[in-house]
Design a protein around this ligand. Structure first.
Ligand SMILES: NC(=O)c1ccc[n+]([C@@H]2O[C@H](COP(=O)([O-])OP(=O)(O)OC[C@H]3O[C@@H](n4cnc5c(N)ncnc54)[C@H](O)[C@@H]3O)[C@@H](O)[C@H]2O)c1
Ligand SMILES: [Zn+2]
Ligand SMILES: [Zn+2]
Length: 365
């Protein structure tokens, strides 16, 4: 089969590799119908993720069709359409029993395109199928659920739920990339009083407005702290999300909130960050961090099915799976392509006449 293979820092290829096979009785093999690229894949390609060794197939978000099941798999059958989450769950360890799949001790957690072969491929081996995949209802098409594999549950769990967004809250979001935008969509489920989005890129701020931010601030040009204070009678936001992953944005998020406010850090920090406890302690602030568990996927899928959440607005570009190399170029150059998420469409999906796909096919390229 063909797959997008990591060959060490700065190097990738669309290569012919061995077809995946069932290894453990809890495995399934899935034909990939739709996949996508994440900012984390770009980090791996920069060499920032040393656990990912050259030769690994990248990708940790996909929708596919079950081809083959291992001897002990009982909840899915060949032909079923499934969403493959960025986080797998052994279902048995202490953390999986608590729904904290990201911390799985039994071989799960973030493994696709990280420590095992991933999902930007024609086929994939999927471990722990019974406890890790989500059946997709017939009435939902691939693009309606694809972004529930990573960005939606990340923003919802590590941002909105950890930050305890409550009706009426002023929610400040620092960083309007896919994660910050997903935080806007999922914060809106709680009817906040105002959503304020900040970014350095005007194109991202335009997206934030389209996704539902009430106020956008270019914090490179304007004094974001002063503007937030002005909008909140000098108090600050009730909740701030850090959705970038650098010192200055973390610091801004902690400065933006009111006394007794909450900061939910979503960004992945590659470098040490200073926490100004000398200023924060007296303000009764709560700070949370987290890795996504994706335990909210069923809830989010219900919201999509009932029309209350529409993640399809993330899909800015569509490519045939075999053009994944070009899709990477487009995604990595978001500053000039305005890419949010690129959809990679498997050949079955491109040629299928099952009715789900007509809109996607029209947009390929
Ligand atoms: N906690 C988790 O489980 C988890 C999961 C997935 C991603 N993440 C992290 O979330 C963060 C955001 O992900 P993404 O995919 O949206 O990333 P992204 O790089 O696509 O977007 C980041 C955005 O931040 C903006 N930005 C950069 N510097 C800024 C600054 N100084 N002030 C304001 N805005 C600034 C950029 O213009 C961009 O729009 C990353 O750090 C990513 O690793 C965390
Ligand atoms: Zn990701
Ligand atoms: Zn586990």
């Amino acid at each position: 089969m063909k797959a997008l293979v990591y060959h060490g820092p700065g190097q990738r290829g669309w290569d012919t590799v061995n077809d995946p096979e069932i290894v453990d009785p809890t495995d399934i093999v899935v034909r990939i119908d739709s996949s996508t690229i994440c900012g984390t894949d770009l980090h791996i390609l920069k060499g920032d993720v040393p656990e990912t060794t050259p030769g690994t197939v990248l990708g940790h978000e996909a929708v596919g069709t079950v081809e083959e099941i291992g001897a002990s798999v009982v909840t899915v059958a060949p032909g079923d359409r499934v969403l493959l989450s960025c986080v797998s769950s052994c279902g048995r360890c202490r953390f999986c029993r608590e729904g904290r799949y990201g911390q799985c001790l039994g071989g799960g957690g973030w493994i696709f395109g990280h420590t095992i072969d991933g999902l930007q491929a024609e086929y994939a081996r999927v471990p722990f199928a019974d406890t890790s995949v989500y059946k997709v209802p017939d009435e939902l098409n691939d693009e309606q659920v694809l972004f529930l594999a990573d960005i939606l549950p990340t923003a919802y769990e590590v941002g909105v739920l950890a930050g305890m967004v409550t009706p009426g809250d002023v929610v400040a979001i620092v960083g309007a990339g896919p994660i910050g935008l997903a935080a806007i969509l999922t914060a809106k489920l709680y009817t906040p009083g105002r959503i304020i989005a900040m970014d350095l890129a005007d194109s991202r701020l335009a997206s934030a407005a389209r996704f539902g931010a009430d106020t956008t601030i270019n914090n490179g040009r304007d004094d974001a702290l002063a503007q937030v204070m002005e909008l909140t009678d000098g108090l600050g936001a009730d909740v701030a999300f850090e959705a970038v992953g650098v010192q200055s944005t973390f610091e801004l998020a902690t400065e933006l909130i009111r006394p007794c406010g909450r900061v939910a850090n979503i960004g992945v920090h590659g470098k040490p960050v200073t926490l100004h406890l000398e200023k924060l302690w007296i303000r009764d602030v709560t700070l949370t961090t987290g890795l996504v568990d994706t335990y909210t996927i069923p809830r989010l899928m219900n919201l999509v099915a009932s029309g209350r959440l529409d993640p399809t607005i993330f899909a800015t570009h569509r490519f045939a799976l075999e053009d994944t190399m070009a899709a990477y170029d487009t995604f990595a150059d978001a500053a000039s392509t305005d890419a949010l998420k690129v959809v990679l469409q498997g050949s079955e999906r491109l040629t299928s006449s099952n009715g789900h796909l007509a809109a996607g096919v029209a947009g390929v390229g």
